[in-house]
Design a protein around this ligand. Sequence first.
Ligand code: MG
Length: 379
Amino acid sequence: MKGISVLGSTGSIGTQALEVCENLGFDVLALTTNVRIDILEKQIEKFKPKIVAVMNDEKASELKKNLKNKNVEVLAGIDGINSAASIDGADTILNALVGNIGLEPTLKAIRNGKNVALANKETLVTAGELVIKEAKKFNIKIYPIDSEHSAIFQCLQGNENNKIAKIHLTASGGPFKDYTSFDGITVKDALNHPNWTMGRKITIDSATMMNKGLEVIEAKWLFDVDVGKINVVIHPQSIIHSMVEFEDGAVIAQLGEPDMRVPIQYALTYPERVKNNFPKVNFFDCGNLTFQKPDLKLFRCLALAFDAIKTGGTLPTVLNGANEIAVGAFLDGKIQFSDIPELIEKAMYAYNIKYNYSFADVFEADLWARNYTKTLILR
Ligand code: MG
């Protein structure tokens, strides 16, 4: 039986990951949450982990008091999450944390010899170059859970020695793909994603297409390709999850229903494919598959992400940090939807990029971006 630790188990990916673990009969050794101790308590009863970690200290104490199952150790804060990321007996750490908070536990897992099933984008967006180096050093595999990166990874199987000519990274385009202006968009409009049910932060990122920008950066590091070879294609039906073009012009695609449990399962059972009862594509029902070019003038966030990774250094970290603050402010009703790229661009412009950087520089750049963006919002 495979031992696993699920970081961010109460979120959208986390709960689906636990469903997959249950189907596969995996031994769930650790679970973590930010504040959702009600859901965590139910998960503890069902999966009987050895430890759980709650990021929020007060919520951790509250859980300790409430818990009927006294066999589980309750930890708090980032140290608790790091313990869950390095727990004895786990082969794989599934990282479904949201935001830059996911970087440190990923490193902890790698340095403790654990393979990482990675759903936390920020790990690769903010420190991809360093994390991939670290994984190589410790001989650790990073299995992507993001549907597009899982698709690319699947397309590459058997082609490891062939050069990638292009990655066609598909995007649903979100709810605003046919808009010509972003004026007057409400939080409710932006949270209404046509194809995928996801957490709030990533749903807003999908609406601005920053999500695709972050995925471009992830793909660069995961598959070691030039950004110039990554082509973003809007494919509103979300049936093709991405494609790889090889030098002979052959294009290999991975298709399926938009269901995150499939990439989660593949990351956990790789290289095997295991039968499940998830919905399958019906080609007579799914309608026409269409493709369109993203409008980079309208989807400024996507353009900014390309700028950030082309410039390199610690600029992608700043893009990400500023975006996290801007999206939070939009969800809190403090700024307009169209302010999100404005704020990110201002932060990127004001920042002094470091090109020869360490993990400490990444954390510093992230903090700078957050603080700077907050001051812009208060103005
Ligand atoms: Mg994705």
